[in-house]
Design a protein around this ligand. Structure first.
Ligand code: PHE
Length: 496
């Protein structure tokens, strides 16, 4: 395997690819709802604390260690301590599971890009989405009902992913990110600009920002802010690590971190302005209070938006396709990042080329993803999403903190990172955060998430969660114990 195939052509490619990974469905459909339901304007306090206390310090740590080893996540973790190699595979495999279900959402959205050209969802978008398109069923018997339209759209997505990812890093992901990420911001700006001029926009916005300060004493909104930031910035998922390991020797990682966190927040706050202006407009037209229109997730993108487009007249033929295309771009640039950690780790351990590894992973991913093209698909998607985001990834983040900050020793990075930094300089405060505050906070969120899942889950959900958990652990174990094919698997150079 030649190393130069896994290197960014410039710092710009690295920054754009990282922003592309961060800015995704979490910014468009999750954030506006989280902001609204957690105190509106008051939410900004925990949100900003979460960015400064967790996101930036932790990203610096992940980048620093990734940059130091210039190798895949699994290989570096093994180097830090062979006993922990399991963790080195656990996170990349978890992120690959995210990839598989993200492909389903991308597939649904692809269908909506076309439907929006002629408002093909009809007069009742809710019935169209759940009954006609997903044919959603919450019984596992739904697995036998295959939906070819969704399958075809998902396969189109997988082909696009393959086309970009199997090429050398800079020629594929690097170039594509430099084009698509700015495009994503421009289209979003147009959509938000238009939404703000809609009659009634102010109703939605005043509802959104009307702060409920009393909620600041409520532990839940702090948990929501930390959870949102972890998901939205793809923190601790071994993606930032892998991207930093692809950088050249002259990167100013601290300044890059700040730019990426800033761009991500800018985008999600923009998107909140757009969503709530549109909901305000809708509220004015239909006399339904904004509070009753707010939903999250698939409900917002595939039901609330089409409903608004139905009352928007001819503007909908421009705004609709633009909106669904933006969601597609945001999803695409995120999904491209979810394959990198596992792919690079496999390339390192089993001496396979980037092209071959990507092709195999994409075929395997595409085949497994067909579960989501059945009537039971959207139900499983909910289960898997909850397990991976509230349990598996958070667990990985805690372990990553221990391996990087304690066993590797974060202090080793300070002089080197400071020498490149043109902005903030790290000091004792950074060590205090990454060694003590962060693992403590994330552990608390993890326990909270676990209680949430256990309290709210049905027996069927618990059974499926156990199956997904067993598969995740089984595949992780397999990668850990399979003997390495690469002679230099244990031979690793450090840059600092
Ligand atoms: N950060 C992405 C978003 O906001 C989600 C994501 C999670 C992307 C995990 C990659 C990996 O939607």
């Amino acid at each position: 395997m030649s190393k130069d195939k896994n290197e960014w052509g410039s710092n710009l490619s690295f920054i754009f690819a990282m922003i592309g990974s961060a800015v995704g469905l979490g910014n468009i459909w999750r954030y506006p709802y989280v902001l609204y339901s957690n105190g509106g304007g008051a939410f900004y306090i925990p949100y900003i604390v979460a960015i400064f206390l967790m996101a930036i310090p932790f990203l610096i740590l992940e980048y620093g260690v990734g940059y130091n080893f210039k190798s895949s996540f699994a290989k570096a973790v093994r180097k830090i301590s062979p006993k922990w190699e399991f963790i080195g595979w656990f996170l990349p495999v978890s992120v690959f599971i995210i990839m598989i279900y993200y492909s389903a959402i991308l597939g649904w959205d692809g269908i909506y890009v076309i439907l929006s050209l002629f408002k093909g969802w009809g007069a009742d978008p809710n019935a169209y989405f759940t009954t006609s398109l997903l044919q959603a069923s919450d019984s596992y018997m739904g697995l036998t009902n295959f939906i070819p339209l969704i399958a075809v759209s998902m396969i189109v997505g997988w082909v696009i992913i393959w086309f970009i990812s199997h090429r050398d890093l800079e020629k594929g992901l690097g170039r594509v990110s430099k084009i698509l990420v700015p495009l994503l911001f421009i289209i979003m700006l147009i959509i938000v600009g238009f939404s703000l001029t809609l009659p009634g926009a102010y109703i939605g916005l005043s509802e959104l920002f009307h702060p409920d300060w009393s909620l600041l004493y409520n532990f839940d909104i702090w948990m929501a802010a930390f959870g949102q930031i972890i998901f939205s910035l793809s923190l601790g998922m071994s993606i930032a690590f892998t991207y930093a390991s692809y950088t050249r020797d002259d990167a100013d990682l601290i300044t890059n971190t700040i730019s990426i966190a800033f761009a991500n927040s800018l985008f999600e706050n923009f998107s909140a302005l757009g969503v709530f202006s549109i909901l305000g407009y809708m509220s004015l037209q239909t006399s339904v209070p904004v509070a009753d229109l707010v939903t999250q997730g698939t409900g917002l993108v595939f039901i609330a938006y089409p409903t608004v487009f139905n009352v928007l007249g001819n503007w909908a033929y421009i705004l609709g396709p633009l909106f669904f295309f933006t969601v597609y771009l945001a999803g695409l640039t995120s999904i491209l990042s979810t394959i990198e950690p596992l792919s690079f780790s496999i390339q390192n351990k089993f001496a396979l080329s980037r092209k071959k590894t990507m092709s195999i992973l994409i075929i395997v991913g595409a085949i497994i993803s067909m579960i989501y093209a059945t009537s039971f698909g959207s139900t499983i998607l909910g289960y898997v999403d909850m397990f991976i985001n509230q349990i598996a990834i958070l667990f990985g983040v805690i372990l990553e903190c221990i391996v990087f900050a304690w066993i590797f020793k974060a202090e080793k990075l300070i002089d080197f990172l400071n020498s490149k930094s043109k902005t903030i300089k790290l000091g004792k405060w950074w060590l205090l955060i990454v060694k003590y505050i962060l693992p403590t906070f994330v552990s608390i969120i993890w326990v909270g998430g676990m209680i949430d899942v256990l309290e709210g889950a049905s027996v069927q959900q618990l059974i499926f969660t156990v199956i997904v958990c067993a598969l995740l652990l089984g595949v992780t174990l397999l990668f850990t114990i399979l003997p390495a094919k690469n002679l230099d698997w244990d031979d690793i150079k450090e840059r600092t």
